[in-house]
Write a protein that binds this ligand. Sequence first.
Ligand code: ADP
Ligand code: ASP
Ligand code: MG
Length: 420
Amino acid sequence: MVWLEAAYTYTSAPMALVVHKYGGTSVADAERIRRVAHRIVGAYAEGNGVVAVVSAMGKQTDDLLALARDVSRHSHPRELDMLLTAGERVTMALVAMAIEDLGVPATSFTGSQAGIITTGKHGQAEIIEIRADRVREGLDQGKVVIVAGFQGVDPDSRDVTTLGRGGSDATAVALAAALEADRCEIFTDVDGVFTADPRVVPNAVKLDEVTFEEMLELASAGAGVLMPRSVEFGRRFKIPIHVRSSFHDGVGTWVKEDTMEQPVVRGVTYTDDEAKVTVYDVPDTPGVAAALFELLAAASVNVDMIVQNVSHEGITDISFTVPTVSIAVAREQAEIVAGKVDAGGVSIDDGIAKVSVVGIGMKTESGIAARMFRLLSEEGINIQMISTSPIRISCVIRGDRVLEAVRALHVGLGLEDEGS
Ligand code: ADP
Ligand code: ASP
Ligand code: MG
């Protein structure tokens, strides 16, 4: 160990146990890794037990995916996970080295070593259990523990798995739950959770706080700042999540059970990675929808919105949205059902997008849907499909209008910063 700076004083009993998580941009190069090490050591020097979950450096995961596609056009789920987990493994070792250079003992673990037990579904594995003994041992020995995000191990096959894009967030909050940590700090490249993606709406406002329920809807509807599953863990195990900048010390956004204010609209989000599948001229008889969605479910296609329109007497169209990655499978299954029930055929529209507004106050205040539809109509934007939850309204629209829709809704629903 190199003792370059021994200027920190340590208290014996940890004040709190905190889990930090650093995203790709925050650890993109050597300089940033050293900065992250300073921040971790700062929390440790205050007397906290610190576990830090790290992502692959910069765009490393995208680069590895592109490399795999260059090498092979076939799908190799197990090998792809072997490849992608290497990204986080690089970061964990470098961060541990940078921390030791600051005179603090650190040890790094892969997901498997950290006891992150998952299902066997490569590329989309789910955490089922965390056997955190090695992490606890490290903490008990007074070390900072660094854990590679986004990965785990399937105990049946003993193969490594990945948790899906953005999965380091899930690693961090799940670890915080398993360790009964006091909080989970998600350090990222924006100052917190905003009323809209600040890269799309420059006047978006940082939220001081947001409920788990709202954050789950925001994240599921496209606010990429947190992976939805991480919010689920936070809600289930009551772990407050602090989303904040890794570039300065300012307070970010607290995601928690309850918030002081309950605004009608908390934010606007969008996704553009879904496609609309329509089975048209379907005989309007019982059992057709069941047959269609049973097949889709069996093929693990994640269906989002569903709309059925009676086009004329006894004949309907069934439309639904699926992730663009599932288009081929969805088409195949829809064509099987269309053939069986003598429907007119299947069409795919991959030029759609979904814009959503979310707010806890919608539970008690009505009229937001009408305002949303009016604002879209004033922009000349046609609504193709609508879905709602008690605190969310989503509309499917043409993909090339979605950024305009987000901006118009953000201003029109009064989310703009006052004075701007
Ligand atoms: P990390 O690598 O730290 O995990 P991500 O790229 O996964 O970072 O998430 C941060 C990004 O999320 C931001 O750069 C921002 O563009 C995007 N984002 C989308 N919606 C929101 C929102 N409502 N508030 C904040 N950031 C958002
Ligand atoms: N590196 C992974 C990704 O890019 C996981 C993460 O960053 O959370 O999706
Ligand atoms: Mg992320």
